[in-house]
Design a protein around this ligand. Sequence first.
Ligand code: NDP
Ligand code: GDR
Length: 367
Amino acid sequence: MLMKSKPSKVALITGVTGQDGAYLAELLLNKGYEVHGIKRRSSLFNTDRIDHLYQDPHEPEVRFKLHHGDLTDSTSLIRIIQQVQPDEIYNLAAQSHVAVSFEEPEYTANADGMGALRILEAIRILGLEKKTRFYQASTSELYGLVQEIPQKETTPFYPRSPYAVAKLYAYWITVNYREAYGIYACNGILFNHESPLRGETFVTRKITRALARIKLNLQDCLYLGNLSAKRDWGHARDYVEMQWLMLQQDKPEDFVIATGVQYSVREFINAAAKELQMNIRWEGEGVDEKGYNDEGKCIVAVDPRYFRPAEVETLLGDASKAKNKLGWTPRTSFEELVAEMVREDLKSAQRDELVKQHGYSVFAHHE
Ligand code: NDP
Ligand code: GDR
């Protein structure tokens, strides 16, 4: 239920059309905020994840408003921030795909690194240093080639991709503007978090979507890269609550958010298959590793195309600081996360199956 009284606060979310943006916008609206989001111009609609939050701008008391802007365009950012006068800015926008950052390193640096600087400068230019609080979406990818297990706020960084190097700049410019100008600015160093809203080319969603389609004979095989990589996977819905809490403290600080448990990509596949009552028998090693179903059909195979020029093999977070100071405990277990993702992807595969049965083509994107 959206409140109709005077908004308690005004928030601006960059990346509102993304996974976290959608969950955070909903959370803040439910808290009575007026929420503004920045979306990019796109040739196709890109608001699927937030369409349920849409409010007709012709209605009185609209609490959710979208603005066209881009992290690579200072003028749009300054104009929007001037107009909105936000109490809180959540900088979630990014070219967030690690593998793609090797293909588009300059753009990734511009959006993910310089983008944070542009917002912080806009806060200064507009004289909002005392009013506007700033959240930077930092990442466990900063730890890259890990220097300590598990990783916490004091663990040294060793980024392993253009994405992570860009995020390193954003991390430090956030710390620097906090120290130099007294801006309430903090970094959430969030470990991987997933959901049914996760982009289809990240490994978890790629797995749940493909296995659901394989189950319904809409797809033959799932091709993946490094099956041995280990990640600390949580649920995005839980993590956005911590983004909000970080901006509600007496003083700005940086926090690791993680579950403290890690699984390999292979283990994620097994968990998703179990949810679908599918068995996977593994054979081979490295690039020759394959997963077979009960009928002996190969349904998972390694394609070196998905290997990264430099890989992050293992990540495991220690969120003790967030636990002590923010009261953080993950609400969703790994099994619940996998089950929810599988359930939603099975529903959309069933819709595609119906479409196919009625003689229409179903196109699957494989990436
Ligand atoms: P998504 O990829 O789902 O969403 C990214 C958002 O940024 C989308 O709304 C996208 O728009 C927008 N965007 C991309 N480039 C630009 C640009 N140049 N200008 C304006 N908007 C842009 O990411 P998540 O929601 O998963 O992650 C949110 C943030 O948290 C990102 O910064 C990510 O790097 C970081 N992060 C994510 C983690 C995770 O596990 N999910 C973990 C740690 C950090 P469009 O919809 O048009 O593509
Ligand atoms: P990550 O997430 O790189 O951790 O970044 P992703 O799901 O892309 O990869 C996780 C691990 O799985 C391995 N992998 C594959 N990955 C993809 N995408 N596709 C494959 O086919 C595949 N096969 C194996 C990867 O090599 C990797 O080791 C995510 C993003 O959300 C970042 O924005 C965020 O900062 C970090 O999580 C924390």
